[in-house]
Ligand binder design. Structure first.
Ligand SMILES: *[C@@H]1O[C@H](CO)[C@@H](O)[C@H](O)[C@H]1NC(C)=O
Ligand SMILES: *[C@@H]1O[C@H](CO)[C@@H](O)[C@H](O)[C@H]1NC(C)=O
Ligand SMILES: *[C@@H]1O[C@H](CO)[C@@H](O)[C@H](O)[C@H]1NC(C)=O
Ligand SMILES: *[C@@H]1O[C@H](CO)[C@@H](O)[C@H](O)[C@H]1NC(C)=O
Length: 595
């Protein structure tokens, strides 16, 4: 009896000692690339985050544009479930976020519910403006200082609202530096209280400099940088990778028909990336100061630091003007670094992760979970990272990519035929018909990108063989390649049948089914990877699946025009038995999804 109570007391003491939840510092840049070496040109990020933390080399956004990607990130739900699919109304932006109930149901609110004080500075959403910042106020923050539209991307003309007060102009000051100053202030404030804190810092760098007004003459140019960084990167050039302004163009739909960029544009584009790298130096300096401050306050060992961006970026790859919105790796494959207690130093995680997973991850660090997540916590602690690296099958191998709307070229030479885009002059150089579903699959023996477009086009890149994603196996002239191709001894056609069924599940999945999509097709649970699904016994099942398709190209998520929604479910003897008896909860779950 005595022994038991001593043990209980010790246990309670131990629990008490660990009861203080960790702090979270989240740094979110805007449009930062992985494929043009931006990380290598941030020395403090290298020193304090990469070398002291874990770098996730297979991390993806699921929608390659700011607002939908941020909604995905801060809700842990896929874009087809948030239905925030654009930057501006009717399909996106702050009014749509409010309309969808997200302003009162997203990570900062859940963190407050978990006992955290929450702070945010920088850009929160698009169409969050000097007029609607108080109608309603952005939910979930104890302290906030938001950069507001229509001035969000004017580097020397920010307007910001602090704690709900009337917006203030910062004309003439450098936006990322202002955001940094506000971050230091909130860090000071957060550490005055006994509660754990969650601070997000979201500078606009290295997004383009954009003047949204007048609306019929929107001007997008390279980002502006602070004078102190003007001398840097004079010799930098965008890597001349295989997909850099290629002689033979790949891609489909509007991408396929792009003309090659001339030398004037290439030169402009190199300077464009130099400007982005310079703009990122302000972020890099901020990283050092935030780390030093945490160190001085003796908080480094109690704080997780996340670094990522909302989506990637391309410049000159695939003959494209500066921009995003594509399913190529340049646009979806992005940096993620985490440092903090229990996290390995200077380690690489190659687990397949996405922004859908970050809210579940952060909430788990805060000791909570939710049922409505479409993602799952990522491996964070050293042992988890090692276990996932050593056993690829311990975690899913897919990322579900979605996009609705236009492709918007940025920069002074920006022009794509395909407009007029939306009738009011905004994005006059954009192209429509950029609506597609994508599937990025990274398994033990394969690395694939598969897509189905609203135009009926399809893409298949073997990214292991063709990292530049230039050889689309659906091209008419790729016939011989298709014939000679196999994965696990199975033909191209059999592989594509599997991918199509997987995409059919993912494009309308909810909750656990988004994490374990094969179990929707094979409720028996014996198929967990593409390789498993390629077994010959399943050939007829996959041939007969309804195929992913669109009725037309829309600028938003109009479900009725997006083809079949319900996959066939594989029914083997054992599963039939299970069905005749008591249907398992899991099985019922799958059906309720489609009704
Ligand atoms: C932060 O906001 C939450 C939710 O409104 C509140 O419960 C908490 O007391 C606030 N913290 C401080 C320090 O005011
Ligand atoms: C290069 O291309 C741009 C954009 O199409 C065009 O404006 C410019 O005139 C071209 N320059 C030359 C030298 O052809
Ligand atoms: C866009 O796609 C539709 C099919 O939905 C097609 O009729 C139209 O020609 C396409 N427009 C362009 C500019 O490619
Ligand atoms: C998504 O939102 C748009 C705009 O409000 C609406 O037209 C559409 O029906 C919605 N889609 C779904 C699947 O709810």
């Amino acid at each position: 009896m005595f022994v038991t109570s001593v043990c209980t007391t010790l246990l309670l003491l131990a629990l008490g000692a660990t009861a203080k939840k960790p702090n979270i510092l989240f740094i979110l840049t805007d449009d930062q690339d992985w494929h043009m070496q931006s990380l290598e040109h941030m020395p403090f990020l290298q020193k304090y985050l990469v070398q002291e933390g874990t770098l996730y080399t297979n991390h993806y956004c699921t929608v390659a544009i700011c607002c939908p990607s941020r909604v995905n990130l801060w809700t842990g739900r896929a874009a087809h479930n948030t239905n925030v699919t654009d930057v501006f109304p009717p399909y996106g932006g702050y009014p749509k976020i409010v309309h969808e109930g997200i302003n009162s149901n997203y990570l900062p609110i859940w963190m407050q519910d978990s006992g955290y004080n929450t702070y945010y500075t920088g850009k929160l959403w698009n169409a969050h403006t000097v007029d609607n910042y108080n109608a309603p106020y952005a939910g979930g923050y104890n302290g906030s200082d938001f950069i507001l539209d229509p001035y969000t991307y004017e580097y020397y003309n920010a307007w910001m609202s602090r704690n709900g007060q009337a917006p203030v102009s910062y004309k003439g000051q450098y936006s990322p530096d202002i955001t940094a100053e506000k971050a230091y202030g909130f860090l000071e404030e957060a550490t005055q209280h006994k509660e754990p804190w969650f601070l997000t810092v979201a500078p606009i760098a290295p997004h383009s400099n954009v003047k949204l007004e007048p609306i019929d003459a929107v001007d997008m140019d390279a980002p502006k940088y602070a004078k102190r960084h003007a001398h840097l990167f004079k010799d930098y050039r965008i890597p001349r990778d295989a997909n850099f302004n290629p002689e033979k163009q790949g891609g489909v739909a509007w991408v396929k028909t792009l003309p090659r960029l001339n030398d004037t544009v290439i030169e402009y584009n190199d300077e464009f990336q130099r400007s982005r790298l310079r703009a990122l130096q302000s972020v890099d300096e901020m990283i050092e100061k935030l780390i030093k401050t945490l160190e001085e306050k003796n908080l480094l060992e109690d704080t997780y630091i996340f670094f990522t961006t909302d989506n990637g970026y391309h410049i000159s790859q695939h003959r494209m003007h500066p921009g995003k919105e594509c399913g190529f790796d340049t646009d979806i494959h992005i940096p993620l670094i985490i440092r903090g207690p229990g996290i390995a130093r200077n380690r690489i995680s190659d687990a397949v992760t996405s922004h859908t997973d970050l809210s579940p991850t952060i909430l788990k660090l805060a000791g909570q979970t939710r049922e409505d997540f479409d993602g799952t916590p990522i491996p964070v602690y050293e042992q988890e990272v090692l276990a996932a690296n050593n056993n690829r099958n311990s975690r899913h191998e897919h990322v579900n990519i979605e996009f609705w709307g236009m492709a918007i070229p940025e920069g002074q030479y920006a022009h794509y035929d395909g407009g007029p885009s939306d009738g009011n002059g905004l994005y006059k150089d954009a192209t429509r018909n950029n609506t597609y579903k994508g599937l990025r699959l990274i398994g033990e023996d394969y690395s694939i990108y598969y897509s189905v477009w609203c135009t009926g086009d399809r893409e298949y890149y073997d990214v292991a063989l063709d990292p530049g994603q230039l050889d689309n196996y659906f091209d008419a002239e790729a016939e011989a390649t298709r014939r000679g191709y196999s994965i696990a001894g199975r033909s191209f056609e059999e592989v594509v049948n599997r991918l199509d069924a997987l995409m059919l599940v993912l494009k309308s999945c909810k909750g656990r089914d988004c994490v374990e999509p094969w179990s929707v097709l094979h409720p028996g649970g014996n198929v967990k990877t593409l390789k498993d699904a390629l077994a010959k016994t399943f050939d007829a099942f996959y041939e007969e699946q309804p195929k992913v398709s669109f009725d037309s190209c829309e600028l938003g998520y109009i479900k009725e025009l997006e083809g079949p929604q319900i996959p066939n479910v594989y029914d083997d003897g054992e599963e039939r038995l299970e069905l005749r008896g008591q249907p398992s909860f899991k099985y019922q779950g799958h059906w309720s999804l489609f009704t």
